[in-house]
Design a protein around this ligand. Structure first.
Ligand code: AMP
Ligand code: ZN
Length: 135
């Protein structure tokens, strides 16, 4: 279902121009307007889903297959040294456009792309609580 007020719906439908790297019946892959590194691209489903919580399971599977194909091709074109796949869900996790998308971020040696986190330590208390609650 397309949402007229959603910019990614309009881009995916071709109503708003974009730098399109790939398109099929389910997806459009575009270059990010504010790239973290050269070649940063986004996989957009043509149907509107707010994020991964809502995404159709078949499309979720297809998204990963497409990401694999795209980065295998793009790594040779870009001659990058690695790749991050990033997918943000909700504002607190960095989501700013509320139409599901997968970031494909090429990594280059010493590129200073600021992805990462401070590593904590898994406590016995957290481990027990989580293993008990999540089956
Ligand atoms: P997120 O913060 O995970 O929701 O990512 C949204 C991404 O969409 C950001 O990296 C933006 O730079 C990118 N973006 C927003 N609007 C556009 C647009 N019109 N065309 C291409 N990329 C966009
Ligand atoms: Zn949308």
């Amino acid at each position: 279902m397309k949402n007229e007020s959603c910019i990614f719906c309009r881009i995916a439908a071709g109503e708003v121009p974009s730098a399109t790297l790939y398109e099929d019946e389910d997806f459009r892959v575009i270059l990010d307007l504010n790239p973290a590194s050269k070649g940063h691209a986004l996989i957009l489903p043509k149907e509107h889903y707010r994020n991964l919580y809502d995404l159709d399971e078949d499309l979720a599977a297809k998204t990963m297959v497409l990401a694999k194909k795209m980065i295998c091709k793009m790594k040779d074109v870009l001659r990058c040294d690695g790749y991050n796949l990033v997918q943000n869900n909700e504002e607190v996790a960095g989501q700013s456009v509320f139409h599901f998308h997968m970031h494909m971020i090429p990594r280059y040696k010493d590129d200073n792309v600021g992805l990462g986190w401070h590593m904590g330590t898994l406590t016995e208390e957290d481990k027990k609580e989580l293993l008990d609650k999540i089956e």
